[in-house]
Write a protein that binds this ligand. Structure first.
Ligand SMILES: Nc1ncnc2c1ncn2[C@@H]1O[C@H](COP(=O)(O)OP(=O)(O)O)[C@@H](O)[C@H]1O
Ligand SMILES: [Mg+2]
Length: 236
């Protein structure tokens, strides 16, 4: 589903990843963890081809960074759902219309739009909020709308960049439960986060950014809370 093959990623000539290799299988839920500024956002952006590799190749959902033409990038993005820390809902329209919008731009028929929007809202428990405006909802509810919007086109992969960064711990756990549920339907999910408590609460494959690369990791308890350590140092 996702492969990085000897990938170098740069931002303004600064190397963020060097010779990165990674394979994510269809249906996995993977955390990308690391300190602020370590490159979580950069990695996720490279997957929706907002950042193109300097070297190597990224493969995702049947597309390759080597061969994809610029005008095909929107086609790739239709196979992905993206969730941001700050929700990024359209404030001037209802919850329903936020979801309907992404279907209408690709020409989905009206009758099908309603069906798909309501189905996506149901999967985050917000079918009764369809007519609400985003600002009337709590932060957690707004992020659930953003998750519904991310899945309304039935993507192969959901990329979530610090999806709980603006939420309290209980709400964060709830958001992760919805992401897990989506994953259980077969969608591959990547979550960039520095919330180690959350990862500890819902363990799954964890990759730590270290030394411009990714290391398979687990979380161990330390005096200052949980922290990631390389898998070799983890107890089984
Ligand atoms: N537009 C940019 N130009 C140059 N460097 C950047 C740019 N955006 C981010 N960076 C740097 O790239 C590194 C990785 O950033 P980022 O991927 O946002 O990390 P994270 O999401 O883990 O906090 C950081 O050191 C950051 O300062
Ligand atoms: Mg970031």
């Amino acid at each position: 589903m996702i492969s990085f093959i000897q990938v170098d990623l740069e931002l303004n000539k600064k190397t963020i990843f060097r010779e990165l290799n990674l394979t994510v299988q269809p249906g996995e839920l993977v955390y990308i963890v690391g300190k602020s500024g370590s490159g979580k956002t950069t990695l996720l952006k490279s997957l929706y081809m907002d950042i193109r590799p300097k070297k190597g190749e990224i493969q995702i959902a049947g597309y390759s960074s080597r061969t994809i033409r610029k005008h095909k990038i929107p086609h790739l993005r239709r196979k992905l759902g993206i969730v941001f820390q700050d929700f990024r809902l359209l404030e001037d329209r209802s919850v329903y219309d936020n979801l309907a919008f992404v279907l209408k731009v690709t020409g989905t028929k009206e009758k099908l739009v309603k069906e798909k929007v309501m189905h996506a809202l149901q999967s985050v428990g917000l079918e009764h909020s369809a007519r609400q405006m985003p600002h009337c909802l709590s932060g957690g509810e707004q992020q659930r709308v953003a998750i519904a919007r991310a899945i309304v086109r039935e993507p192969l992969v959901v990329l979530a960049d610090e999806p709980t960064g603006n939420l309290d711990p209980d709400t964060s756990i709830e958001i992760l439960e919805y992401l897990k549920r989506i994953n259980q339907k077969g969608i591959t999910v990547l979550v960039g986060t520095h919330d180690y408590e959350l990862v500890r609460h819902s363990p799954s494959r964890t990759l730590q950014i270290s030394d411009m690369n990714l290391v398979e990791s687990c979380l161990v308890e330390s005096e200052t809370g949980y922290r990631p350590v390389p898998a070799a140092a983890c107890q089984s």
